[in-house]
Design a protein around this ligand. Structure first.
Ligand code: UFG
Length: 335
């Protein structure tokens, strides 16, 4: 019998790429998504890419009776929980929306998993839980803190999971702390497609390159970094998806709770990313330097060695491939 994975938020950016990797690795995939920031079409694309079927439930992870139905019908072996709101700025304006949705959905999911005796979970956390790190690269045992409600929901959920593991040692949990996922599937069929004006750098660059937006604002060039602009650890979303496959193997094998950084360990500045994008795609990305964005830190990159040691995970794709695949997706969707 194939192992069956429930993927919440499976039509989202990271979720959809992870579904492809899991299907290609021979897992059965059940998706629950309410398409609040994605579309049913993505599920069709996942099927097209892999030639495999996906069982889809349209609905909200806060809906306990729907979750019950899914677990009873599908006999789920392991869950990856992506579904969440993720816009940092919006979370500052609408904190209750974020606390209600991100916490309620997770607690509901955990209750149902407990009732159904399915206690294996991979959770989508974020490097945002490291707050403003004192030294770099960032290791998993660094102190945790947050600067916005979105980040706080991730940190609170990490705590909930740790408490759950203390209360019931049967749980097997991998907490994945993502650095900055960009890029898209090489087929160009799935990628990052925010409905509104993008908050994140790569989706914004792509829309400027594509002439849907006029000019990129670079938030500050007076940071203490190589060229003054912010430095981040960008990771190709397909590599990130493979990290989830490794995490699934881990939770199936070992009953423990652990946290893993998923990054490359390399930091690139905003200017380096923009220049690489222009070069590999032979396209102009006009930009201007503006004020720093509130809450941003100068530099953030992972020490990825624990994920390598414990999960056997190593990101392989470089920054040029990330830029090429991100643009390829948008060009392809435009046609
Ligand atoms: N930036 C710009 N202009 C833009 C957008 C971003 O100059 O229009 C800069 C930022 O100042 C930063 C870098 O590009 O230096 C990356 O910014 P992103 O918004 O793409 O990503 P962040 O690192 O701010 O945040 C991301 C995710 C969060 C997550 C965090 C974890 O969006 O959800 O990484 O470290 F919490």
């Amino acid at each position: 019998m194939k192992t069956k994975v429930l993927v919440t938020g499976g039509a989202g950016f990271i979720g959809s790429h992870t579904c492809c990797i899991l299907l290609e690795a021979g897992y059965e995939v059940v998706v629950i998504d309410n398409f609040s920031n994605s579309s049913p079409n993505v599920v069709e694309k996942i099927k097209e890419i892999t030639g495999k079927d996906v069982v889809l439930y349209e609905g909200n992870v806060c809906d306990k009776s729907l979750l019950k139905t899914i677990f009873e019908k599908e006999k789920i072996d392991v869950v990856i929980h992506f579904a969440a709101f993720k816009a940092v700025g919006e979370s500052v304006r609408l904190p209750l929306k974020y606390y209600r949705n991100n916490l309620d959905s997770t607690i509901t999911l955990l209750e149902v998993m407990e009732e159904e005796n399915c206690k294996r979970l991979v959770f989508s956390s974020s490097a945002t839980v490291y707050g403003s790190p004192k030294t770099l690269p960032i290791k998993e045992d660094f102190p945790l803190s947050t600067t916005n409600p979105y980040g706080t929901t991730k940190l609170m959920i990490e705590q909930i999971l740790k408490d759950l593991k203390i209360a019931d040692d049967d749980w097997s949990i991998a907490i994945l702390r993502y650095f900055n996922p960009i890029g898209a599937h090489p087929s160009g069929l799935i990628g990052e497609n925010p409905n509104d004006i993008p908050n994140n750098l790569m989706p914004y660059i792509v829309k400027v390159a594509n002439k849907e937006l006029e000019i990129l604002s670079i938030f500050g060039d007076d940071y203490n970094t190589k060229d003054g602009t912010g430095v981040r650890d960008y990771i190709h979303v397909v590599d990130l998806a493979k990290g989830h496959e490794k995490a699934i193997e881990k939770v199936l094998k070992e009953k423990k709770l652990d946290c893993y950084n998923l990054g490359t360990g390399e930091g690139y500045s905003v200017l380096e990313l923009v220049e690489t994008f222009q070069k590999v795609n032979e396209v102009d990305v006009p930009y201007k330097i503006v004020q720093r964005r509130a809450g941003d830190i100068a530099s953030c990159y992972a020490d990825p060695s624990y994920a390598l040691k414990e999960l056997g995970f190593k990101a392989e794709k470089g920054i040029e491939e990330m830029c090429r695949d991100a643009y390829n997706f948008v060009k392809k969707s435009k046609n």
